[in-house]
Design a protein around this ligand. Structure first.
Ligand SMILES: Cc1cc2nc3c(=O)[nH]c(=O)nc-3n(C[C@H](O)[C@H](O)[C@H](O)COP(=O)(O)OP(=O)(O)OC[C@H]3O[C@@H](n4cnc5c(N)ncnc54)[C@H](O)[C@@H]3O)c2cc1C
Length: 348
C-alpha cells in the first residue's frame, strides 16, 4: 500500500468496484478497501433488472436465470406481468463482484480485502496505524456507511429485510414472484430463483415499523409456513437498505450506492443504481465540470417510486389492502401491465 492515492474507495460492492473501474481507466491511482475477506458476501436477492441488454451484456452472460414474466400476488389473486424478452435476471453477488473486479484489476487499481476502515480525517484514513492520504475519498460502504456518518449525515429512511437462501435440492422454485398483503405487511415478500438455490425474503419500510407494533420475524415465519416453504436449519439473514438520499458530493468526499441512499424506496432495487452512481462519480472526479446526468435519472426514478409507495401505503392505511386492490384491479388491463413494468423497471 502506498502513502498517497488520488482516490481511496471504501467498500468493494457494485458501487465501489464500478467507480474504481472508471477511475483506473481514466489513469487515476486508486485504492479500494473492503472489510470482508471475499468480495460479494452481501445479503441480497441478486435480482438484476434487464433495462438495456447491451448495457448489462457482460452480466447477462453470467446470470443464474432470466425471467420474461413475474407473478404478482395480491392476497390470493395472481397477476402475471410478461414481456417478450427478459425483464429480470438473477445473479450471484460473488459472480457479479468477480466480473467487475476483473475489469478493475486489469486497469491497475489496488483492491485490498480484509481491511475495515474505522478512522477518517479530512485528507487521510488510518489503517493499522498507517496513514494513507487521498485527494478524494469515496464512501461506497453500503447502508451502514461510516463515511456517511463521518460527514454527519443521518439516515432516516431504511427498508428492513429478512431472507433465507434455500438450496435448490430442498425445494424447487421456478418463477419469480412477489406477494402483497397489507393485512400482514405494507411492503412485500419475494421468491427469487437462482441456479442452485432460491432466495426467499420479505421487507418493510422502517416507517411502517414505527407506526405499528409488529414483529416482522414472526410475520415472515408465518408467511413461510402458509406458503409451505421449509427453512429448517437455514440461516436467517438481514440487512437494511438505505434509500435516504441527501446528496452525493461533499467537497473532496462522495457517497455512492447505498451509502448515498440511492436505492429505490419502493422496490429495494439498488445494484444497478450503485453501479451507475459509482461510474458517474468517477467521471466527476476525472472532470470536475461533469454534472452526472445518470444520477439525475436515478433520482427521478426514485422520486416516482417513492411517491407511489407513499400513496399505496396511505390507501392501505385507510382500509387494509385498498391500495393493493386498486393495483390488482388495474392489472386486469394489458395497458396497465405494460405501464407498471415500465414504471418499475424503467426500460430503455
Ligand atoms: C435482503 C436484500 C435483498 C436485496 N435484493 C436486491 C435485488 O434483488 N436487486 C437489487 O438490485 N438490489 C437488491 N438489494 C439492494 C442491493 O443489495 C444494494 O442496493 C447494493 O448492494 C448496493 O451496492 P453498494 O455497492 O452501494 O453497497 P454494498 O453492496 O452493501 O457494498 C458495500 C461494501 O462495503 C463494505 N464495507 C462496509 N463498511 C466498510 C468499512 N468500514 N471498511 C471497508 N469496507 C466496508 C461491505 O463489506 C460491502 O462489501 C437487496 C438488499 C437486501 C438487504
Amino acid at each position: 500500500m502506498k502513502d498517497k492515492y488520488d482516490v481511496i474507495i471504501i467498500g468493494a460492492g457494485p458501487a465501489g468496484l464500478s467507480c474504481a473501474k472508471v477511475l483506473a481507466e481514466g489513469g487515476k491511482s486508486v485504492l479500494v478497501l473492503e472489510k470482508n475477506n471475499k468480495i460479494g458476501l452481501k445479503v441480497c436477492a441478486g435480482g438484476l433488472a434487464v433495462r438495456a441488454e447491451e448495457e448489462n451484456s457482460q452480466f447477462l452472460k453470467n446470470t443464474d436465470s432470466a425471467f420474461c414474466s413475474i407473478n404478482f400476488y395480491f392476497s390470493k389473486t395472481c397477476r402475471k406481468l410478461t414481456k417478450n424478452s427478459p425483464i429480470i435476471a438473477t445473479i450471484s453477488r460473488e459472480k457479479l463482484g468477480e466480473i467487475i473486479l476483473e475489469e478493475v484489476s486489469k486497469n491497475g487499481a489496488e483492491v485490498k480485502t480484509g481491511i475495515e476502515v474505522k478512522e477518517i480525517s479530512k485528507n487521510s484514513i488510518t489503517i493499522n496505524e498507517q496513514r494513507v492520504k487521498f485527494d478524494y475519498l469515496i464512501g461506497a460502504d453500503g447502508s451502514n456507511s461510516m463515511v456517511r456518518r463521518s460527514l454527519g449525515i443521518k439516515t432516516r429512511k431504511m427498508i428492513t429485510t429478512l431472507q433465507y437462501v434455500i438450496p435448490q435440492k430442498n425445494q424447487k422454485f421456478r418463477e419469480m414472484e412477489y406477494f402483497f398483503d397489507s393485512k400482514t405487511i405494507n411492503n412485500y415478500f419475494w421468491i427469487f430463483p437462482h441456479k442452485d438455490y432460491t432466495i426467499v425474503g420479505g421487507c418493510y419500510c422502517s416507517k411502517t415499523a414505527l407506526k405499528k407494533s409488529f414483529n416482522f420475524k414472526n410475520i415472515f415465519e408465518k408467511w413461510l409456513k402458509d406458503h409451505q416453504i421449509e427453512t429448517d436449519g437455514l440461516k436467517l439473514e438481514s440487512f437494511p437498505i438505505n434509500f435516504d438520499y441527501q446528496g452525493y458530493w461533499f467537497g473532496n468526499k462522495f457517497l455512492i450506492g447505498d451509502a448515498g441512499g440511492l436505492a429505490s424506496g419502493l422496490t429495494g432495487e439498488g445494484i444497478h443504481f450503485a453501479m451507475v452512481s459509482g461510474a458517474e462519480v468517477a467521471k466527476k472526479v476525472i472532470d470536475s465540470q461533469y454534472n452526472c446526468p445518470e444520477i439525475s435519472k436515478i433520482l427521478k426514478i426514485k422520486r416516482k417510486h417513492e411517491y407511489l409507495h407513499r400513496k399505496v401505503n396511505l390507501l392501505n392505511d385507510i382500509f387494509p389492502n385498498f391500495g393493493f386492490k386498486i393495483i390488482s384491479f388495474s392489472l386486469k388491463y394489458k395497458w396497465f401491465k405494460k405501464y407498471l413494468l415500465n414504471f418499475l423497471f424503467s426500460f430503455k
